[in-house]
Design a protein around this ligand. Structure first.
Ligand code: ZN
Length: 88
């Protein structure tokens, strides 16, 4: 995690302005959907990128008919495709 040195106050409605410098660097534009994650005492805001339609995994997904499916779910649905599921 990189400290930017930028501090913003939360307003009466709970809003925080995302500094223009960060929006430019991270290519965030007006109207882009953003999602929130919580990690202990931190709030992480990222561009919303839907994950696997079955399990929600964000990484290692492949497109399928306009949706994303992770290789693990693809392998479970169609044997011989993707990465076989691991025992867990
Ligand atoms: Zn999946």
């Amino acid at each position: 995690m990189i400290r930017t040195g930028i501090v913003r106050k939360v307003d009466d409605l709970g809003r925080i302005i995302v500094p223009v410098e960060l929006r430019r660097v991270l290519d965030v534009s007006v109207g882009d959907p953003m999602q929130f994650f919580v990690d202990q005492k931190s709030i992480i805001v990222q561009r919303y990128e839907p994950g696997c339609v079955f399990c929600g995994a964000i990484e290692d997904t492949i497109p399928f008919k306009g949706k994303k499916v992770c290789r693990r779910c693809a392998a479970a649905a169609v044997p011989g495709h993707g990465t076989p599921p691991t025992a867990d």
